[in-house]
Design a protein around this ligand. Structure first.
Ligand code: GLN
Length: 485
């Protein structure tokens, strides 16, 4: 049998059902893998071996009693460290949340707990999910398992690296402007941003509340569907979660794209996309066409304005969301003789440069006199972008694009070039503004580094995404490659 840490969730679930392996053996193999490679990859902010082994023991006991267990029982899962975990430190990779232990679980965490999933730890991210390389972490830098001198992408870089390095079978990330899909592409794994409202955000530390969405990261599409199934559905604790029935995503996993209409939006390929990325994505479109889909070029004229609009809207919301870190209620406090000085010192010492810059930008664009010129205008652009998507989805089932313009860049290469850094998300932010779902799947390699294919669908059409991604995956073998560590 292959080593347990290399198997997918559906393979492990199969083995457990047949009694070939125990949850304890799987947890031990995964923890051993973390111990063996994480010193180099640095995916994890916190590893929770005792809790993982206790959860695994419970799974084995329940199975021994003859209980029928949910699909993710005993499966090792890593959680991005902006998801609240009761009694387990949740840092958002920020010094300002120093040693903060949430008193409650995020809804997604509670749902996975109810499935008896095994949480192995919390993963690194760009501070408060602001960034594209995980270099903005206030704690340390995570490395790309395919080439340790490169970034894993961000902001869910720790989750992507953990899945790629076989340190976790599955992981959760969050995606505000690409933070699931872009690191998934850089690390050669599958990442899915669900429709806004598909998954409860309760207990996800807010960055930009109208854009944030939690989603699965996995080694194949089947595993991504399993994890999506477990976390989807409305939640009374999140008023923006949608009261839309959750379909059986497993039913979507069939190799069948005959007659599926793919739109290939020109504007997504004109954003500094490297020739090797464009070639891989176009080859993937050809492959889907060979499998029965139909593809056609389309123009989405407002896509070029999505990126600047995102960088007005996201910092505006962030400046408001991050006002709560005042040295009183959470984490760090820098003492001073009066409360105003205490707050100033705490926020100065606790937030990193990128976060401070965004708070200042957001405060500026929301201030009297500038609100109409910047924030309101950006909201109008957001509507135009959404209309581009609506119009495209009148003709097409899916839109196809690169995930990110290049393969993973070197650590340090863009650290002092904020525009180049942010442009890593130029192909992912549009659909966040529109609200629909999107998936990243591996579609090639360049110089030993993975390339991602992005498929976008209309709101709540996750099944179409999964079906097309599954069909493509089953016809290719990119997802079977693993980094040599
Ligand atoms: N990279 C984008 C940013 O820095 C998006 C991040 C995200 O999706 N959380 O804001």
């Amino acid at each position: 049998m292959a080593e347990l840490h290399t198997l997918t969730a559906h393979e492990l679930a199969d083995q457990m059902r047949r009694g070939a392996v125990s949850a304890r053996e799987i947890a031990e193999a995964t923890l051993a893998r973390i111990a063996a490679v994480d010193e180099r990859v640095k995916s994890f902010v916190t590893v929770t071996p005792e809790a993982a082994l206790a959860q695994a023991r419970e799974v084995d006991e329940r199975r021994a009693r003859g209980e029928a267990l949910p699909p993710l029982a005993g499966i090792p899962i890593a959680l991005k460290d902006n998801l609240c975990t009761r009694g387990v430190r949740t840092t958002c990779a920020s010094k300002i949340l120093d040693n903060w232990e949430p008193p409650y679980d995020a809804t997604v965490v509670a749902r996975l707990r109810a499935q008896h999933a095994v949480f192995v730890g919390k993963t690194n991210l760009d501070e408060f999910a602001m960034g594209s390389s995980t270099e903005n972490s206030g704690l340390f830098v995570t490395h790309n398992p395919w080439d340790l001198s490169r970034v894993p992408g961000g902001s869910s870089g720790g989750s992507a690296a953990a899945v790629a390095a076989r340190e976790a079978t599955l992981a959760l990330g969050s995606d505000t402007g690409g933070s699931i899909r872009q690191p998934a592409a850089f690390c050669g794994v599958v990442g899915l941003k669900p429709t806004y409202g598909r998954v409860s955000r309760y207990g996800l530390v807010a960055f930009a509340s109208s854009l944030d969405q939690i989603g699965p990261m996995a080694r194949d599409v089947t595993d991504a569907a399993l994890l999506l199934q477990a976390i989807s559905g409305s939640d009374p604790s999140d008023a923006t979660s949608a009261p839309v029935a959750v379909p059986d995503y497993m039913q979507a996993l069939r190799p069948e794209v005959k007659g599926l209409k793919l739109g290939v939006p020109r504007e997504f390929f004109a954003q500094g996309v490297a020739p090797e990325v464009e070639a891989a994505v176009r080859a993937a479109v050809d492959r889907l066409v060979a499998l029965g889909a139909e593809a056609e070029e389309v123009s989405m004229p407002h896509i070029d304005y999505a990126f600047p609009a995102f960088y007005i809207i996201a910092p505006a919301e962030a400046s408001s969301n991050l006002a709560r870190y005042d040295g009183v209620r959470y984490g760090l406090r820098e003492p001073a003789s009066d409360p105003t000085t205490m707050m100033e010192r705490t926020r100065d010492a606790g937030f990193g440069a990128e976060v401070k810059q965004r708070i200042m930008l957001g405060t500026f664009t929301l201030s009297a006199g500038y609100y109409d010129a910047y924030y309101l205008k950006a909201l109008k652009v957001r509507t135009l972008v959404k209309q581009d998507f609506d119009r495209a989805f009148e003709r097409f089932d899916l839109l196809v694009a690169p995930v990110t313009p290049t393969v993973a860049f070197a650590i340090g290469e863009r650290a002092n070039d904020p525009l180049q850094m942010k442009l890593a998300d130029v192909c992912t932010v549009p659909v966040n503004l529109a609200g629909g779902p999107a998936i990243a799947v591996p579609c090639g390699f360049h110089a030993g580094l993975p390339i991602g294919l992005q498929l976008m669908a209309k709101p709540f059409a996750e099944e179409t995404l999964l079906r097309a991604a599954y069909t493509y995956e089953q016809a290719t073998d990119w997802h079977l490659r693993a980094p040599a560590l």
